[in-house]
Design a protein around this ligand. Structure first.
Ligand code: SF4
Length: 97
């Protein structure tokens, strides 16, 4: 995971992302489903498949860098952001600190 700090606010990042056509807008459940298998019944294999599908779409997203920057700023609790899980993003911030 590479890092290039731009020091943009969350609002600026959201606006910049909103100017792009991004795949997750049409399929939010694929990207931002909570990691709560006991409540939503998602099995580990289904979750892995869902996350892999989301990562594939993120790979060609024009806002990938902005999205990852926003996630690093906001530290989401779950979801796929810029091709990474919320846990991966949190862990990368810890390693960089
Ligand atoms: S990189 Fe971010 S904005 Fe783009 S599809 Fe993935 S989650 Fe959505």
């Amino acid at each position: 995971m590479s890092s290039t700090p731009q020091h943009r606010s969350a609002g600026q990042l959201r606006d910049a992302i909103g100017d792009q056509v991004v795949p997750c807008v049409a399929q939010p459940a694929l990207f931002f489903a909570p990691d709560d298998s006991s409540r939503n019944g998602e099995r580990p294999a289904a979750r892995e498949l869902r996350e892999r599908s989301a990562r594939t779409l993120c790979a060609s997203c024009p806002a990938k860098g902005l999205c990852l920057e926003l996630a690093r700023l906001e530290r989401p609790a779950y979801g796929i952001w810029g091709g990474f899980t919320a846990t991966e993003i949190t862990n990368s911030k810890r390693e960089a600190a």
